[in-house]
Design a protein around this ligand. Structure first.
Ligand SMILES: [Zn+2]
Length: 382
């Protein structure tokens, strides 16, 4: 039987903390609502203790939709701030705690035992406070990849025994590989009772965020944290679009995705504008070039039998286009001209193709619509 993977979006937190623009609360609420509307299960709306924008975004969004999560450290101050942001709405808190020796001993200047004693009090507090408001709390373990294993196990078990709804493994610095994460994630799942849900959060520093998240999912992750468009700290997080497409194309994996992606490109574009980050030209699925064919061979194959399009643009609100430059051939040129209402007779086709190659070289760029008009005039087609 297929299982459903829970999609947890962190665009408004992990991606926004690395954005050049500071969007208004209204803009953040708009993005959060749209991400939730297309079927994401959770939207991490911000870090209320860290900024008033985040506080107000959590407040506003949780007043209107369910599945809103507030991020914070595992401290009483952060917990109270998040609870206040939710007001009378159902609170879902995601608390972050480090699990590596360096973080505990050097950064926090504590020892493992003292830290565990403190965390027991924190878990007890957050569990009581969220439960009595009809909500719950989740735990995400910072730098899980470099964790001190016995300590990590104790902390994960402690959280699960104190009512945590889910435990998330975070490859915070993006250093895992599929083969390392499959082993470590399987061990992580055995730290605590199987009743608690397990999540995965990956970063793309080595270009492996999606591969690592997929591997964790195949090793039993129930929840996957993603962003739209690979945005996020440094090289970004696992992108929702790549993981969704992989799961859709590989039905034998037995994992259902219940997200309506037909307007996804538009959503991605609006997030880029709102955050002040341009979408890479060749980004998978959401890049401007993701469904564009340039080379004569590819254009020919595409026209004849759709040979070079592994992803259906309709599923993502994108469309196929042909670019013409010095690499293009007669099929593509004919097709592009015809899109402009200009039919090229066979007798002139070869001449026009060579003229395009020459012009593209002279201009040092692809052929644009105004060039098409001038070539058409030159060859007396209009
Ligand atoms: Zn992160």
């Amino acid at each position: 039987m297929n299982r459903k993977l829970v999609f947890y979006d962190v665009t408004l937190r992990d991606a926004l903390q690395a954005a050049p623009r500071t969007p208004s609360v209204k803009e953040r609420v708009n993005i959060g609502r749209r991400i939730k509307d297309i079927g994401f299960d959770y939207v991490e709306a911000g870090f209320p203790f860290a900024s008033e924008y985040d506080f107000q975004t959590v407040k506003e969004l949780s007043s209107n939709i369910g599945g809103v999560v507030a991020f914070g450290r595992a401290t009483k101050g952060d917990i109270d701030s998040s609870l206040n942001a939710f007001g009378n709405n159902k609170p879902i808190l995601n608390l972050v705690s480090p699990v590596s020796r360096e973080h505990i001993y050097k950064n926090l200047k504590l020892d493992f035992n003292t830290y565990l004693e403190r965390m027991e009090e924190i878990f007890d507090y957050v569990n009581k406070e969220t439960s009595k408001r009809g909500g719950n709390y989740m735990m995400i373990f910072e730098d899980s990849s470099r964790a001190d294993k016995p300590f990590f196990e104790k902390l994960a078990k402690l959280a699960a025994d104190n009512g945590a709804y889910s435990l998330t493994y975070a490859d915070t610095v993006g250093i895992e590989m599929p083969r390392t994460i499959s082993k470590k994630f399987s061990e992580f799942r055995n730290y605590a009772d199987k009743k608690v849900l397990h999540g995965i959060h990956t970063h793309n520093d080595l270009g492996l965020a999606t591969a690592n998240s997929l591997e964790a999912v195949l090793n039993g992750a129930d929840i996957v944290q993603t962003t739209i468009g690979t945005l996020g700290e440094r090289a970004g997080n696992c992108s929702a679009e790549t993981l969704i497409e992989i799961l859709r194309q590989n039905k034998d994996l037995g994992i259902d995705v219940d997200i309506d992606t037909r307007e996804y490109e538009k959503l991605n574009e609006d997030i880029s504008d709102t955050f002040g980050i341009s979408v890479p030209f060749n980004a998978p699925i959401v890049g401007k070039n993701a469904f564009t064919h340039w080379s004569g061979m590819h254009q020919n194959g595409d026209r004849k039998a759709n040979l070079y399009r592994p992803v259906n643009p309709d599923h993502w609100g994108g469309e196929v286009s042909y670019g013409i430059n010095s690499s293009s051939g007669s099929i593509g040129v004919k097709h592009v001209f015809s899109n402009f209402g200009i039919e090229i007779p066979e007798s002139k086709l070869v001449g026009i193709v060579w003229r395009i190659k020459e012009l593209s070289g002279e201009l040092g760029r692809p052929i644009r619509s105004d060039d098409i008009q001038s070539i058409a005039r030159e060859f007396e087609l209009i």
